[in-house]
Design a protein around this ligand. Sequence first.
Ligand code: COA
Length: 179
Amino acid sequence: MIFGKNINLWAIEKSDLVQNYSWGNDPELVKFTGITPLPRSGWEIERWYESVLGNPNIFVFSIKLNDSTYIGNVEITNLDWRNRKGEIGVMIGDKKSQGMGFGTEAIMLMCQFGFGEMNLHKIYARILAFNEIAVKTFEKCGFKKEGIERDSYYSGGEYRDILIFGILRDEFREIDKGN
Ligand SMILES: CC(C)(COP(=O)(O)OP(=O)(O)OC[C@H]1O[C@@H](n2cnc3c(N)ncnc32)[C@H](O)[C@@H]1OP(=O)(O)O)[C@@H](O)C(=O)NCCC(=O)NCCS
């Protein structure tokens, strides 16, 4: 387990899949995370879990409060070991736990893990431009805007821009030192 102050990061367990089924079928979460907006079956969620198990190129952790309440997931995927970078994603699926600092803490813990344990040089995020809360959250963690992928995601009948945000290891260390 990765211990934080208010949350801890755990390995995803089979018993977490029921919750992921419900989050994966929540239209609002799907819209903001930018995953393909299709209804998901239990089988697909299980396939996702199996693809994550023991996969050295994907780290997916569950975010749990100190009393073990499961509130979301944080991940680093698309690992590029030669260039030592990976893409971070975060979701506080439990709506009553949003806006309480847990997303910020999960990103900070995942960056400590990515830079401190996996020896990454850079971590980046792809954020839908209309997701202002996610932009603020990543900026709060020290991520800098690097660019825009124009009209790169189709949702609700419109093409949307995706913003690329990134942070380098040295930049993160400076920010993390101050906490
Ligand atoms: C985006 C998300 C990860 C942010 O995590 P969170 O725990 O809700 O946010 P935090 O409490 O850590 O807030 C971080 C900052 O975001 C902003 N923010 C958070 N909630 C907000 C709200 N309801 N309205 C406006 N700004 C808000 C604030 O600037 C806040 O910093 P501050 O408290 O110092 O002012 C979370 O809301 C979420 O999972 N949303 C749905 C899925 C998603 O969008 N995932 C991200 C895909 S890139």
